[in-house]
Design a protein around this ligand. Structure first.
Ligand SMILES: [Zn+2]
Length: 253
């Protein structure tokens, strides 16, 4: 048995580092790998607007959808409007967490309608900066979403009627069980990192599954699932604290 891996791309929109994205994608297609694409319905994130713009964006996305990739709605505008770190406490910024039901519902609905209009909405959500709260989950459920690509642990689990497919690390270990998600931020990777990821993917090809196949992962008892979730949440949070401490120590130098 292996820990299975889902590959996910964040920040897919008309403005991005197309050269890096297409380079990685080409290798994945050669290996017959299908991945999860986090598509921003209407990007208004100024940071992303600095990247090269490509026309006919949704036509490109639809060719990937036809190939067998899964499309996740990555927010709506990818514009941060609150300082809430939401349920996962990873980043202190959010497009959704901290806002009212009415606000979140109409924002999510707007994003969904854009993807629907372009024939590529699927019931999967990817929160910008991993930040969402109970209200977001409630809205997602009411809007017909089924899964969220986020959370701790090594097994999918249900919360507020939404299935969480865990996402733990940038270079997944093989623990011999469960599933994890490798996040590829193709915009910010340099050539060396990209080649490292491609080498990792080639080496671990037999562990990589399409997003939908998480259903076939044998799940242990709810107690074990919950224990692993708490354990990874705690260890990941303390690793982040150490990293942030080192960062602030370096900055004060
Ligand atoms: Zn993002």
């Amino acid at each position: 048995m292996d820990t299975k891996i889902i590959l996910r791309f964040d920040d897919i929109c008309p403005n991005m580092n197309w050269e890096s994205f297409l380079y990685i994608k080409e290798h994945l297609i050669q290996l017959g790998i299908r991945s999860l694409l986090g598509v921003i319905p209407d990007n208004q994130d100024k940071k992303l607007l600095t990247y090269e713009y490509k026309d006919k964006f949704f036509e490109i996305i639809n060719t990937y959808k036809d190939y067998g990739d899964t499309i996740a709605q990555h927010g709506t505008f990818h514009k941060y409007t609150s300082n809430s770190s939401g349920l996962l406490k990873i980043n202190n910024r959010s497009e959704f967490a901290g806002h009212s039901f009415k606000y979140q519902y109409s924002l999510l609905e707007k994003g969904k309608s854009i993807l629907k209009k372009n024939n590529c909405w699927q019931p999967v959500f990817m929160a910008p900066s991993h930040s969402f709260d109970e209200i977001t989950l409630d809205c997602l459920k009411k809007l017909g979403f089924k899964q969220i690509t986020d959370g701790y642990g090594f097994f999918p689990y249900q919360r507020s009627g939404i299935e969480f497919i865990p996402q733990n690390s940038s270079m997944p270990f093989n623990l011999g069980f469960g599933v994890t998600t490798l996040c590829i931020h193709s915009n910010s990777l340099n050539k060396k990192d990209i080649n490292k990821i491609i080498d990792f993917i080639k080496l671990n090809r037999n562990r990589i599954i399409p997003f939908e196949e998480y259903i076939s992962i044998p799940t242990p008892s709810p107690f074990v699932v919950k224990t692993l979730e708490i354990f990874t949440a705690k260890s990941i949070q303390s690793l982040r604290k150490i990293r942030n401490y080192k960062r602030s120590a370096n900055q004060s130098l």
